[in-house]
Design a protein around this ligand. Sequence first.
Ligand code: FAD
Length: 304
Amino acid sequence: MYKDGKNTTDSTAAPRVSFEFFPPKTAEMEDQLWHCINRLKFLSPEFVSVTYGAGGGTRERTHNTVTRILRETRLQPAAHLTCVGASRAEIDAIARNYYDNGIRHIVALRGDPPAAAGGAGDSSYHPHPDGYGYAVDLVAGLKRLGDFEISVAAYPEGHPAARSLEDDLDWLKRKIDAGASRAITQYFFDNSVYERFLERAVRAGITVPIVPGILPVTNFAQVIKFSAACGASIPPLMARMFEGLDAEPETRRLMAAMLAADQVLELRRLGVQQFHFYTLNRADLVYAICRRLGIAEVRVASRG
Ligand code: FAD
């Protein structure tokens, strides 16, 4: 059992979950997202979050998605917001607008330059001259603006640009001291990595929940590429399981469901009580895994 007092509760009760979506680019993707939301909403997530594109490129779409969720469902939406490519005044205006529209939960991030996510140009991070430099500055800025609930990112294997794991953890602690009440981890596939991270976090005096980010993997080739950039390691056994399955999407989906279910069930046995799912706007795998975790549907009429 984890001893931080927040991740440990009655292990027989169904765990709490949250879901992450990305804002759709096209009408077709919008339909897919809403199919996903409508499938997952009856699993009573604690909140659902909507990402903000690298470089701030999805500002409008993130806003529209978050406000539509608030308007049309009973879900609690959280808007991701990054420091990249905007002045403090611009970021403050976005945040105030969220606050005034009833969106009080922000996932506050530094963000990456567009080139780090495959776009053109310099992939190294340079703070905007008039902007918030790092997530810790954004958290402090948001807290000055209003009584936001703030979640931040955590890296069980260290952020790729971190000087050391200790330094990285120190920055996480600062984000929490600045007002964040929850950390959500980068995805990981080896639970012992998360276990060791929690132990170090507790020793560093971090007492807020550090919610594991779970990524059910169907497109293994893409995950290898992305993991190299974000510093998540791929266990050799997992790589062997996907070997030779490039042309077999159905088998890959079965594999993804089994692996993610094994991962969350093991985390449950270790006492983890909250999970954040990277849905990639697809409901089936996440829905099945939640049912495997014992989460039942609660049917409530939607607003919209
Ligand atoms: P920070 O916490 O600011 O810092 C990252 C690292 O930089 C730290 O770990 C530390 O090693 C170092 N550091 C921090 N402060 C300082 C300082 N003052 N001086 C020197 N070094 C410092 N990206 C998006 O673009 N949009 C999203 O919607 C998005 N959602 C995410 C959700 C989750 C749960 C996670 C885990 C990541 C997400 N990301 C998103 C990716 C994230 O923006 C990148 O990983 C980015 O490189 C770091 O953001 P951060 O908020 O962790 O940064």
